[in-house]
Design a protein around this ligand. Structure first.
Ligand code: KIV
Ligand code: ZN
Length: 509
């Protein structure tokens, strides 16, 4: 029977270590629920000791997910393990993932510990974590650059102390497929007791080999792959979940493994993560890049038109990209709308459904054909809901090549209207300046991205922004057929988020 490969998703932990990414609890929970729907076996929800915010987020994820194991990372230190457990203990299936570095370089310069000291810590801390839960994963950080005989001893110690999953990280993305495959084989052959536990691998992409190394590892006996959506992670990132899974499916003839991922949810998960993290996907990214299923040259187009398999080794539908011939527009009724959401894999509550239907009707008034991507954008917008302390009432903007851009914005807060005008380098800048004046709350705009949701002149514009305030970062999202309105909504969305966290929560409101 085909062996089932397990998937641990670490988007919320290693993925969040991507420079510039800072997810709040709400965003992490939204991603976790999507990962659960995608079918991952384990969610590494964060590194609970690192901050109060991380702790809260891991706890919230643990409490909102039912089917997956939820782990928190912890150094091999009692305090880390205590906090990790405190954060995950309410999960249906809680776990602790503890680690210590085992390579000469790391032990000498980072830990300043001898081999014996590292062995002792491994024994003590795995046993300490085991008092809390049966699911203890142990990682030998920088395993691929560790002295072999010592690495075997460390893993034996972890098994004796009760670890049930041994992770083999290629922490700096240094190994190659043949070498890493052999390392897994050697571990299987030389570590006493290895048959009683699982082997997992965690590959970084510094040389662009993370996916290839992970696949080589399972070919040589690894049971679980740690990976992230869109390949996010430290430096060049981690192995990309979508690439691993589609390789396993597309080349099932070669690999012969099964897994529990619902590939039809890949596209949606990838867009959600990209939007919430603010990290765009390169167009030529395998599987989820915008060009992954586009054919540019005449020869290729001709081939695909004659027979898709000439140039397509997998279908867009297999990752959940839908081409639906039934068009939704202003005459479409609630039934067709609900049916389409169902096909897209959304199960909404009655209230959310009502709200989405109103938005759909609004959009259908402005845009002739509402496409799947438009619906995705409407639904994604809902995930960014924050308490609207300041709500947009109206705006007016003047700009031109011989005019100084001027914006007047009217916001509603606490039942009162505030109107302010401002100038700027362009219409967006003027509008954002006017919002800051209305709120009397200066912020720094760090990132602004705009994209058309679909093709065509009536396409909706989707704007994602990241702002900084008091050393914290907040993302915001807005969609509209008017790109200035989308920009205003995105900025206001981020500003309200910052205001709720930094002003309201601080004042205990
Ligand atoms: O890259 C790494 O070694 C890690 C470990 C903590 C698993 O992220
Ligand atoms: Zn890592």
């Amino acid at each position: 029977m085909a062996r089932r490969i397990m998937i641990l998703d670490t988007t919320l932990r290693d993925g969040e270590q991507t420079p510039g990414v800072n997810l709040n609890t709400e965003e992490k929970t939204a991603i976790a629920k999507q990962l659960e729907a995608l079918g991952v076996d384990t969610i590494e929800a964060g590194f609970a000791i690192t901050s109060k915010g991380d702790f809260e987020a891991v706890k919230a994820v643990a409490e909102s997910v039912e089917k997956c194991v939820v782990t928190s990372l912890a150094r091999a230190v009692k305090k880390d393990i205590d906090i990790a457990w405190e954060a995950v203990k309410n999960a249906k299936k809680p776990g602790i993932h503890t680690f210590i570095a085992t390579s000469d370089i790391h032990m000498k310069y980072k830990l300043r510990m001898t081999e014996d000291e590292v062995l002792q810590k491994t024994a003590d801390m795995v046993a300490y974590a085991k008092q809390y839960t049966d699911y203890v994963e142990f990682s030998a950080e920088d395993a691929s650059r560790s002295r072999r005989e010592f690495l075997y001893k460390v893993y034996e110690t972890a098994i004796e102390a009760g670890a049930i999953m041994l992770n083999v990280p290629d922490t700096v993305g240094y190994t190659t497929p043949d070498e890493f495959g052999k390392l897994i084989r050697d571990i299987k052959e030389n570590v006493k007791g290895i048959g009683k536990v699982g082997i997992s691998v965690h590959c970084h992409n510094d040389l662009g080999l993370a996916v290839a190394n992970s696949l080589a590892a399972i070919m040589n006996g690894a049971d679980l792959i740690e990976c992230t959506i869109n390949g996010l992670g430290e430096r060049a990132g981690n192995a990309a979940l979508e690439e691993i899974i589609m390789a396993l499916d597309t080349r099932e003839d070669f690999f012969g493994f099964t897994h529990s991922i619902n590939t039809k949810r890949i596209s949606k998960t990838s867009s959600l993560v990209s939007t919430l993290t603010g990290i765009s996907i390169q167009p030529n990214k395998a599987i989820v890049g915008k060009n992954a299923f586009a054919h540019e040259s005449g020869i290729h187009q001709h081939g695909v038109l004659a027979e898709k398999t000439t140039y397509e080794i997998m279908t867009p539908e297999s990752i959940g990209l839908m081409h639906n011939s039934m068009v939704l527009g202003k005459h479409s009724g609630r039934h067709a709308f609900e049916e389409r959401l169902h096909e897209m894999g959304y199960e909404l509550s009655k209230d959310d459904l009502n709200d989405a239907f109103v938005k759909f009707k609004d959009l259908a008034d402005k845009k002739k054909h509402v496409q799947t991507e438009d619906l995705e954008a409407i639904l994604l917008d809902k995930m960014f809901k924050v308490e609207e302390v300041f709500k947009l009432d109206s705006f007016q903007i003047n700009s031109g090549n011989k005019l100084i851009a001027t914006a007047t914005i009217r916001l509603k807060t606490d039942g009162e209207f505030i109107t302010e005008a401002a100038t700027g380098d362009g219409p967006v800048d003027a509008a954002l300046n006017a919002i800051e004046r209305c709120m009397d709350y200066p912020m720094k705009l760090e990132d602004y991205k705009i994209k058309a949701v679909t093709g065509g002149k009536d396409a909706m514009g989707e704007v994602n922004v990241r702002i900084a305030k008091d050393g914290k970062r907040f993302v915001g999202h807005g969609v509209s057929t008017d790109i200035l309105e989308a920009s205003i909504r995105a900025y206001l969305n981020a500003a309200n988020r910052a205001y709720s966290v930094l002003v309201l929560k601080k004042n205990g409101e």
